[in-house]
Design a protein around this ligand. Structure first.
Ligand code: AQP
Length: 345
């Protein structure tokens, strides 16, 4: 058992990893190289819990008829990327109601000032006509997602670092008021914590910016080819520093090509010989080398969505067990809940 508040020193006890991903549409290569690649790597070493966070998806306008299919599609996408349900728990956030219960408790430990400083809220609020309290409170639910399982490691992209810092503050505040219970949360960043948009490489690759700003992991080859071919490179004359667009293409190349090809093209760039057509061809070919097998597995899973649903059901049962046990203890520590209701004793 993990000691309260800090990871166990017993080498046979695996540290726990948690991460969540929204079912907001297609998985893009920013999500893949920024976070999912680490989900897969970490499942070999840690006790990993991964959640499709549908309560986060409803913080902005959503279509209730489409949401369940998007959840299932995200699960199939993650399995196609290599997530192994025998090694990691995969479940849907709303199937474990303790997430929202803990979020309420954490709301009472989070300052309004802290939440107003969240840059992602400020950016996302600008894109909404109706700004919900849920969108404002999103980082508190995220802290609850992680800490409900007393996870200490969280594979994420760079955009989530501020939220993780808040989760650490919430955990510390809880521990100091009610007794050591939650561990220190640490982010795990990949080699590509911030993949940029091909069309606007000063901005992070993102779905909410629109189609041309992301490359989908399951996107048809012709469409990926078009996005790579038209990716922005230099906007002015070539300087000593790589422009954001060229740096982003080199980053994708580094993540998907063998190092010899990468070194060769980098050398050509340094000596001023590189033609961007050649760079783009290389990026497309190597990226497809990574994506083709994932897309093939995804097509197979499409024929077995019943099996994917079963994975999620089994995952929720395993997650619920941990969540319920921890929630009992959390309620007891703060003096709420039927089980700790013994007035006068
Ligand atoms: N561009 C990125 N580079 C590296 N990592 C990224 N992540 C997201 N974008 C990049 C990481 O992917 C994980 C899942 O992210 P999410 O559930 O927050 O997905 P999302 O927000 O729907 O992804 P988008 O496309 O970025 O959506 P919008 O446009 O809504 O903001 C996280 O670990 C995230 O850091």
């Amino acid at each position: 058992m993990i000691a309260f508040g800090r990871p166990s020193t017993d080498p046979s006890v695996k540290e726990r990893v948690f991460s969540g991903i929204q079912p907001t549409g297609e998985l893009h290569i920013g999500n893949y190289f920024g976070a999912v690649i680490n989900y897969i790597r970490l499942q070999e070493e840690y006790e990993c819990i991964y959640s499709i966070v549908d309560y986060h998806a409803i913080t902005v306008d959503h279509d209730p008829k489409l949401l369940p299919a998007k959840v299932l599609a995200m699960a199939a996408d993650l399995l196609a990327c290599g997530l192994d349900p025998d090694k990691a728990i995969l479940f849907v956030q709303s199937h474990v109601p303790e997430h929202t219960e803990l979020a309420w408790i954490f709301n009472c430990l989070t300052s309004f000032g802290d939440l107003t400083r969240m840059t992602q809220f400020k950016e996302k609020a600008k894109q909404q006509e109706f700004v919900s309290a849920g969108l404002f409170d999103y980082p508190v639910l995220q802290a609850a997602d992680i800490l409900l399982y007393r996870a200490s490691k969280v594979p994420v992209g760079e955009d989530q670092l501020q939220h993780l810092e808040l989760a650490r503050r919430i955990a510390r505040r809880f521990n100091s008021r009610f007794g050591e219970f939650f561990p220190e949360v640490e982010p795990i960043l990949s080699e590509a914590p911030r993949v940029m948009s091909p069309a606007e490489p000063t901005m992070k690759m993102s779905k909410s910016l629109g189609e041309k700003h992301y490359i989908g992991v399951m996107e048809p080859e012709a469409s990926i080819y078009e996005k790579v071919k038209t990716a922005v490179t230099d906007v002015g004359p070539r300087g000593p520093e790589m422009s954001p667009g060229v740096a982003n293409l080199f980053l994708i190349l580094k993540l998907s090509a063998d190092s010899r090809l990468y070194d060769e093209l980098e050398e050509e760039y340094r000596t001023g010989k590189l033609k961007y057509v050649r760079l783009k061809e290389a990026v497309f070919e190597s990226l497809m080398g990574v994506l083709r097998p994932i897309q093939a597995r995804r097509r197979e899973l499409e024929r077995d969505l019943g099996g994917v649903k079963q994975v999620l059901e089994a995952g929720a049962a395993r997650a619920r067990e941990i969540a319920q046990e921890n929630m009992r203890e959390i309620r007891r520590l703060i003096g709420v809940g039927l089980e700790s209701f013994n007035p006068g004793r």
